[in-house]
Design a protein around this ligand. Structure first.
Ligand SMILES: *Cc1c(COP(=O)(O)O)cnc(C)c1O
Length: 365
């Protein structure tokens, strides 16, 4: 059997008529950038979260970057980010001129709030929590720490569309929730896209200005902005997909439940979910001390897997200037060597899942 790590065509085929009808409607409309379609998507995405405002942007990196700029975070400021995130979280901080300060995580992949506390200095302005793999961190602890030190709280929710903790959705815990609609995300578009949700009217207005060259009105720039607009085609197709997001997330839960029920191998640890959390399984990540051997073993059997992420951002060449060395974030670094993401794509069959779990259970190191 041949099972790729990612497959997107089944997701499209499940509702292809709806996407094609919408695409044609937009092509024929003559309105392609920041149109009514974008405004409608922003309303629907805000409503889905119970948030007051949503600003559509060009991608997830821009969502983070624009939110930071709107909070006036810049040179001389520090922003605490978690060590085991996608590098975009670090880049957004760097791009506004601030310093990303990496905090370690716990064995369950969630940000270590005690390490965040240790890393707060007089220059710290904000904390960005990544809701990694589609699950939610201990937000109550993070929130009270941010309140104690008067810090802004942002969520990188690019992997967590629809995830909840005690019924509250990812992206709604702090000042701003940032999303990506990269095609592989739970709410994926047909190209790049992103959005920020917030309840703060002032932030919302400023983010709208930043995404459109800093213009408050046409040809009237009040700050140095960007060109980071969601286009009508993505917005329209995302509106269609948003209707199916619960269905998509339910399918991910079916897959995760199958893995959790069927993986029985003392060398492999399956993810633990804290009480109150309902993850959306952007990734299903197992831990194994002999990860590389397991990855090869599965590859030999035709099973594709992935690693999110093999090199923590603080140890990349791009972030050499932070002066961090191996051992500085011990848990993050150990996890990077032990984690393996299994296929979780929409529509994967029971037969394929059984093939994967049988193979994992046959692995003896
Ligand atoms: C995908 C992702 C991003 C970046 O999103 P893009 O749309 O690719 O720019 C940022 N953070 C996390 C955690 C992501 O998974």
């Amino acid at each position: 059997m041949n099972i790729p790590s990612v497959r997107l065509d089944l997701l499209y085929k499940a509702h292809s008529d709806a996407y094609e009808t919408k695409a044609l409607e937009i092509l024929r409309s003559g309105a392609y950038i920041l149109s009514e379609e974008v405004a409608a998507f922003e309303n629907e995405f805000a409503l889905f979260h119970g948030a007051k405002h949503c600003v559509g942007v060009a991608c997830g990196l821009d969502a983070l970057w624009i939110a930071l700029q709107a909070m006036d975070i810049g040179p001389g400021d520090e922003v605490i980010v978690q060590g085991n995130t996608f590098i975009a979280t670090f880049i957004a901080v760097s791009k506004v001129g601030a310093l990303p300060v990496a905090a370690d995580v716990k064995d369950d992949f969630r940000i270590d709030v005690e390490d965040v506390r240790r890393k707060i200095t007089g220059r710290t302005k904000a904390v960005i929590v990544t809701q990694l793999y589609g699950d939610i961190a201990d937000m109550d602890e993070v929130l009270s720490l941010c309140k104690e030190y008067d810090l802004r709280l942002m969520e990188d929710a690019a992997q967590a569309h629809g995830a909840t903790r005690f019924g509250k959705k990812a992206g709604t815990f702090g000042d701003a929730g940032c999303f990506s609609f990269y095609p592989t995300k739970n709410l994926g578009g047909f190209g790049d896209g992103g959005a920020i949700i917030t309840d703060d009217k002032h932030l919302e207005e400023k983010m709208r200005i930043i995404r459109n060259y800093g213009n408050i009105r046409r040809n009237e720039a009040i700050l140095i902005g960007k060109n980071s607009r969601l286009d009508a085609l993505q917005a329209g197709l995302l509106r269609v997909r948003l209707k199916y997001l619960d269905e998509i997330n339910a399918d991910k839960r079916r897959i995760a439940a199958f893995y959790s029920d069927h993986i029985k191998n003392a060398l492999v640890k399956t993810p633990a979910i804290p009480e109150g959390n309902v993850p959306v399984w952007h990734q299903y990540v197992i831990q194994c001390k002999e990860r590389d051997a397991l990855k090869n073993f599965l590859f030999e059997k035709g099973i594709g897997t992935d690693i999110h992420y093999p090199i923590p951002p603080h140890l990349t060449k791009a972030y050499e200037h932070l002066g961090l060395k191996p051992g500085d974030l011990p848990v993050t670094e150990r996890l990077a060597k032990e984690i393996l993401s299994l296929p979780v794509w929409f529509g994967i069959s029971e037969e394929e899942l059984k093939y994967i779990t049988d193979a994992i259970n046959d692995f003896h190191g």
